[in-house]
Design a protein around this ligand. Sequence first.
Ligand SMILES: [Zn+2]
Length: 307
Amino acid sequence: MKKLFCLIMALLIIFIMAGCSETQTTNNSKLSIVAVSFPEYDFARAVAGDLADIKMLIPPAGEVHGYEPTVSDIRAVSTCDLLIYTGGESDTWTEKLIDSANNKNLRALAMVDFAEHICFEDHNHEENHDKFTFDEHIWTSPENAISIVNAIKNTLSEIDAENKKAYEDNSKAYCEKLDKLDKDIKVITENTNKNTLVFGDRFPLAYFANNYKLEYLSAFSGCSEDTEASASTIAMLIDYVKENNIPVVFINELSNTSIAEQIAKETGAEVRTFYSCHKVSKDDFESGKTYIDIMSRNIENLNIALH
Ligand SMILES: [Zn+2]
């Protein structure tokens, strides 16, 4: 009987040790990063390279505002090392997600913490005092993108000090490309006497506009949930385009073209897409396009719009 007991204990110990060594293998395997939307996914991928598995929660072409996290999102956050999110009004649900995930080792990084905020003009201050007062689309300025990439590099270097050098090299290489993108855009914006962009759409590009000293007129402010612009707003945009010979009316990627088409029809301007990386198309995501690839598409269109 005693022998049998010893045998069972020995087997138990072997099982427990096997279990431990399995846990150890998991700990030594790749870092796991969860990114809420495309910009943070891209920046994390640029810094981590092959050293991490990165999951993007909002699917390609998915609606960014009004997203509701799923059970599998909670599961992903409960086992990941780092969660990166915007930190504005569109993903306030990340706080609940972090609570539900109950992951003691989780590090979380909000992109809005790494650049100076641009505040909304608040016409109804009393009504809106609970709402966010700043624009959250912080990544649209390549200069801010550099700050975010560096923040990710610092955090990954703390979590995984062993690979610090790789994170530094990767982020340096990506920041050099971001810097080139910034300079390429400045070649356009600093060599023209036009500076106003017209959007027959929402305008998630306040940080981009601010960075390049551009003015803008748009059918909706920020990422307003309104879907129909007022007739007077559309009339104002049409008048402005006519009076100032504006050649291009912009829409955002994966957006509704109807207002821009209406303005174009009345004025002879052409409709072109301005990419903010707020959303990524399925094709771009699957073919591994980067923030830089996508933002570079704006250069040609900016050149046409500002000349
Ligand atoms: Zn938005």
